[in-house]
Design a protein around this ligand. Structure first.
Ligand code: AMP
Ligand code: ZN
Ligand code: MN
Length: 956
């Protein structure tokens, strides 16, 4: 800039000029200085994103950003916009989709069995349309408006994005394949909305669940009128439902599914990726066509002409049901808490012993790191995994490094050592960590201790004015007041408590799904044919091998394996007027059809069933069904409620009411206990155990009043005033079955100071099934779940154990020795350890038992509690007194005595009714029946013939 001083003259002017000049330079210098300072500050905490650009940063509009506020679904009508948002975050096409489900219309599917499908779907030519301009997209929209059906698949990218985003949408019509660049056209993809929502156009997907959610999340695209080829496979009971299988079977095309993990952000796409992406959509129309024809053929064989399209419509119904799903953001009130809970529980399961103090600190650091990771992932739009791995979190929380160098090396070491067989797929430590190391130092030195502080601190520091990290469409909403409030909320103790309960529930559900659900299909659907080629039944592979290994059958087919029996079986399925046993069973939840996770559910609770005589246990496959975790929860709750009703009806309490300990020297037999003192003498085993545990763990720190109350419970049991710590430890195990005692003895985290636990464990070798077989995740805390899992130490043993408690292992002889107690031969139960001297008694005159209103289907036959007491419990050492075992045994004994086998059959029917009323299951196998009696004689070679001791049969 030039000064104009030379035009001026005179001293005064010169002086003025000097002053002006000085001022100018001073100003210029200070501005530069400030700038320099600012730059330095920026450089000091420069974020890697300042020098790296990610494809999603070009998106102008992001529907699902990374804040903690809920996703807003498309609003079609102005009235929806005005109404309260919470209430109207509904599916915009719920009405249309429900209509398709409730009044299915074959016409909209006619396009699928038209005659213009080329055999094999015709091989893909080399031409396809790459759509990456608005014009191209508009042309495609035009094309789609003219067709009756098109096929769709999508590819998404998830590692360098918090929620993931759709990178490519493949659309195939009968004429052409279109690859839509959903990154380039991100802000215009809404143009496709009408075609996807048009009920007159059928959309074919394979396994649409994810795609449907992703299209909603990124583009507000909703699918109406879906034909999902995977659902069609389910309806047809295809042996496999993968796209690879269908491509192979119908089109003789093989595909390399490894490509689904490619980085779909890449442009241009490689030839291989283009080929893969096209393949995923191109053949779907032809495959759907073939499946349609098969669905319509099924009608001819199995059903009346009246419901000609029954199977096709069922496939369509199931497909459209998936369209009703809504994308929701998973919002935690306390960011990262669920991940922390899962990491902590995983770590606890792995660790032998961590002392209490270390443990608290460890957990605290894991929580802080998870919160930090959650914020940083949202702020930089990266996946959690990319920011910091679970292994790294665990190692940081164990080693607690505090310098930059140590932190870096701890993280990279942890990732090197991770169980990845392939090289660790990300940079370690991640650029997020490297450019924000000061945050970790701060966290690990515990300069911030409250999780709420972490949130404020880092969001402000990184995104606030002069913050280190760039603002983007993904993260700006993190700064908004409502979001900060969301995070502050977690600092209030009151809400934190409520919130962590929710979080704990979610975490335990996740854990439950992960640990209990069956990892491989339960039903193998192997077939057993009779000599004359008639299909006898479906079974699992082990059963099949059992016959093969004994030369009782020969293999006749592979995949699925089928055998032909070499002997004449006793009876045929049709003799029994029951096609249940020849149904091929589907690996889905019988309640809702969920196929991703399921576990076995016993309709007749095990506490009863294990006491059934062997020949009445034969309908095992009928009464053990697959249910998803959520349906399991509903069914389980109903069963627990019904057990209470049974208890009342029969006057047989669910829990053993009282136990009393008398010194070995003057042991008084049960029957001679004076009834009138029962109010004061004895205590429930559950109450006793809880009190003892509380006293051992927290005794010294308890308010003295509470301690006194608990001590009274212990005193009631021992019948004497002074009790030692050893007594408390002994009390912990009162009422446990040997199995539970063993489990408890091996449990980590509790050390007996006074008892040599092994003495209590090495008694009878029992292989009794835990009576509380149907576990509930909601009623059990995470702790209890892991309790019930910890019975074995080894990984595989542990896995076997879950299977033991959840799988069908009802062949009786090996797994359920309890059947022998029905026969009255009780010698195996002879007690030989000291606490067997506990006398057990039920309190007579229970109100419920004497209530004349408790009638049951067996007539007016409530048994008196006296009978209960009389049926001696002295030999019940095998049964846990903590669960419902003794109750179940007495109920079954009573039924057998009064009504014999019919009593048991009716009892089973009642339980099936309870199950049906609780779940309204829509996917029970055909032939399943509440009234099922399934009387089957066991042939000479049957695996169920008690003479043939057969290990593990999963199903009939
Ligand atoms: P597909 O339609 O089978 O090609 O899968 C669609 C998208 O799902 C892919 O683009 C991936 O983002 C994701 N995906 C599916 N399977 C996997 C996997 N095994 N690992 C990682 N991502 C997967
Ligand atoms: Zn940053
Ligand atoms: Mn695909």
């Amino acid at each position: 800039m030039a000064m104009e001083g030379d035009k001026l003259s005179g001293a005064a002017t010169a002086t003025a000029a000097v002053i002006a000049l000085t001022c100018f330079f001073a100003l210029a210098i200070s501005v530069r200085l400030i700038k320099l300072l600012l730059v330095n500050r920026k450089r000091e905490k420069s974020c890697y994103l300042n020098s790296e650009s990610k494809p999603q940063s070009t998106f102008k509009r992001v529907l699902a950003e990374n804040s903690y506020s809920q996703f807003k679904h498309l609003k079609l009508h102005a009235s929806d916009l005005q109404a309260d948002e919470e209430c109207t975050n509904l599916h915009p096409y719920e009405g249309e989709i429900s209509r398709l489900i409730n009044n299915p219309n074959v016409e909209i599917l006619e396009c699928l069995y038209g005659d213009d499908y080329e055999c094999g779907g015709s091989t893909m030519g080399c031409s396809f349309v790459w759509v990456d301009s608005e014009t191209g997209l508009r042309e495609l929209v035009e094309v789609l408006s003219e067709v009756r059906v098109f096929a769709v698949d999508t590819e998404q990218h998830s590692s360098r994005s918090f929620l993931g985003f759709t990178a490519l949408v493949q659309i195939s019509t009968k004429r052409n394949d279109y690859l839509v660049d959903a990154i380039r056209l991100h802000d215009m993809m809404g143009l496709l909305r009408p075609a996807f929502a048009d009920p007159g156009i059928c959309k074919v997907f394979h396994g649409a669940d994810n795609d449907i959610i992703w299209l909603q999340r990124d583009f507000h695209i909703y699918v109406v009128n879906l034909f999902d080829t995977a659902k069609a496979c389910d309806v047809l009971s295809k042996p496999q439902r993968s796209l690879a299988y269908l491509l192979e079977t119908y089109c003789r095309v093989s595909t390399n599914k490894l490509l689904q993990r490619e980085d779909w952000r890449r442009r241009p796409l490689s030839g291989e990726m283009i080929e893969y992406a096209r393949t995923d959509a191109h053949y779907l129309l032809y495959i759907a066509h073939c499946l349609c024809l098969e669905l319509n053929r099924q009608k001819n064989e199995n059903s009346s002409p009246g419901d000609k399209f029954r199977f096709l419509l069922e496939a369509s119904r199931r497909s459209n049901a998936t369209c009703l799903q809504l994308f929701t953001k998973y919002v935690e009130a306390c960011p990262g808490e669920l991940a922390a809970a899962s990491i902590i529980s995983r770590f606890m399961n792995d660790q032998e012993n961590i002392s209490g103090l270390c443990n608290t600190k460890f957990q605290e650091i894991v929580r802080l790191l998870c919160t930090w990771r959650d914020i940083m992932a949202r702020l930089h739009d990266e996946s959690l995994r990319f920011v910091l791995s679970e292994n790294a979190i665990i190692t940081l929380a164990t080693k607690i490094p505090t310098t930059e160098i140590e932190i870096r090396s701890t993280i990279s070491k942890a990732d090197e050592d991770s169980e990845f067989t392939t090289p660790f797929p990300y940079q370690s430590p991640s650029p997020v960590v490297c450019s924000h190391l000061e945050d970790l130092i701060c966290l690990l030195r515990e300069s911030v201790s409250k999780i709420g502080d972490v949130f404020q601190l880092f969001v402000q520091q990184h995104l606030g004015p002069g913050g280190s990290c760039p603002l983007s469409a993904y993260n700006y909403a993190l700064m908004s007041k409502s979001n900060l409030r969301q995070a502050y909320r977690s600092t209030s103790i009151h809400t934190r408590f409520r919130v962590s309960k929710q979080v704990a529930k979610k975490a335990s559900r996740e854990l439950f799904v992960q640990k209990f659900s069956c990892k491989s299909p339960v039903y193998h659907n192997c077939k057993i044919y009779a000599d004359d080629g008639r299909l006898l039944c479906y079974c699992d592979r082990r059963k099949l091998e059992w016959y093969l290994s004994r030369n009782l059958a020969k293999l006749v087919e592979d995949d699925p394996s089928s055998i032909k029996l070499l002997f004449e079986p006793k009876g045929r399925p049709e003799d029994e007027d029951n096609d249940f046993y020849i149904q091929s069973k589907k690996n889905i939840c019988v309640g809702c059809g969920e196929a991703n996770h399921y576990l076995r559910y016993r309709i007749i609770p095990s506490c009863y069933r294990i006491h059934f005589p062997e020949h009445l246990k034969s309908h095992r496959s009928h009464d053990i069904v697959l249910v998803c975790v959520d349906c399991h929860e509903i069914a389980h709750a109903a069963a627990e409620k019904y057990k209470k009703q049974i208890a009342a009806e029969f006057g047989i309490p669910l829990f053993v009411l009282k136990v009393v300990n008398f010194d070995e020297t003057h042991h008084i037999p049960t029957s001679s206990l004076p009834v009138e003192t029962s109010g004061e003498v004895g205590v429930s085993p559950l109450e006793l155990r809880t009190a003892a545990m509380a006293l051992l763990r927290h005794g010294p720190r308890m308010p003295s009043q509470r301690r006194e109350e608990l001590m009274q419970i212990i005193t009631k049991y021992y019948g004497r005033r002074e009790t030692s710590e050893e007594d408390l430890e002994r009390a912990l195990m009162v009422g446990m079955s040997p199995h539970e005692r063993r489990k408890f003895g091996k449990k980590k985290g509790f050390t007996f100071k006074h008892l040599r636990i092994n003495e209590y464990l090495n008694d009878e070798e029992e292989n009794n099934i835990d009576s509380k077989t149907n576990i509930s995740f909601q009623n059990a805390s995470t702790d209890e779940i892991s309790d019930s899992l910890d019975s074995n130490t080894g990984e595989t043993d542990q896995k076997q154990y879950y299977e033991d408690i959840l799988m069908v292992k009802d062949t009786g002889v090996t797994t359920e020795p309890s059947s022998s107690c029905i026969g009255g031969n009780n010698t195996v139960f002879s007690a030989n350890s000291s606490y067997m001297n506990s006398a057990v008694k039920n309190i007579p005159g229970s109100e419920l038992a004497s209530d004349p209103n408790y009638n049951n289907i067996f007539g007016n036959s409530s048994i008196s509690a006296g009978q209960v007491r009389d049926s001696s419990l002295k030999h019940e050492s095998k049964l846990s007194l903590l669960g419902h075992g003794p109750h179940g045994k007495q109920v079954v004994e009573y039924l057998l005595k009064e009504y014999g086998a019919d009593g048991i059959n009716q009892f089973c029917q009642r339980w099936r009714q309870v199950f049906v009323e609780a779940l309204h299951p829509r996917f029970l196998p055909a032939g399943w029946d509440v009234m099922h009696s399934g009387k089957r004689d066991f042939g000479e070679f049957s695996v169920y013939n008690p003479a043939n001791k057969f290990g593990d049969v999963s199903d009939t």
